[in-house]
Design a protein around this ligand. Structure first.
Ligand SMILES: O=C(O)C(=O)C[C@]1(C(=O)O)C=C[C@@H](O)C=C1
Length: 121
């Protein structure tokens, strides 16, 4: 026995066709595709900032130890090691190593500055 009448069946077909049409429009819309990638970027940026904050916290802990033990803040050999690691990681991840090191120079300067501020306290 047929549960749906002819009219309801027709309405259902029209409705499902419209949904399909709408879905296809969305999937191929450049604006929506860009929005989707932007949402990815926002998520990644949030994670990057969180990780950088964790890096700074680790540097501050090192700063406390250096202060207590009268150890020099700047450690050029370690900084060279960090840069070599960064270059290796960048190449493995197919991203420009010079750009990564340039970015890290900013993080490193801040790390040293914060440690030096701590020594003065
Ligand atoms: O490894 C240390 O001793 C740190 O204090 C961390 C850090 C860094 O931010 O990577 C900062 C200063 C040093 O010159 C070397 C490295």
């Amino acid at each position: 026995m047929n549960i749906l009448g002819k009219k309801s069946k027709l309405n259902l077909i029209i409705l499902s066709s419209s949904v399909l049409l709408l879905y296809n429009c969305k999937a191929s819309s450049p604006v929506l595709e860009i929005e989707s990638e932007r949402a990815q970027i926002d998520k990644i940026d949030k994670k990057v900032v969180h990780l950088l904050s964790q890096r700074m916290n680790a540097a501050m802990k090192i700063g406390e130890i250096k202060k207590k033990n009268k150890i020099e803040v700047t450690q050029p050999a370690r900084w060279n090691e960090v840069k070599n690691n960064l270059r290796k990681n960048a190449i493995e991840s197919n991203i420009n190593p010079d750009m990564i090191v340039k970015m890290y120079e900013v993080f490193y300067e801040e790390s040293v500055k914060q440690q030096q501020d701590l020594q003065r306290k």
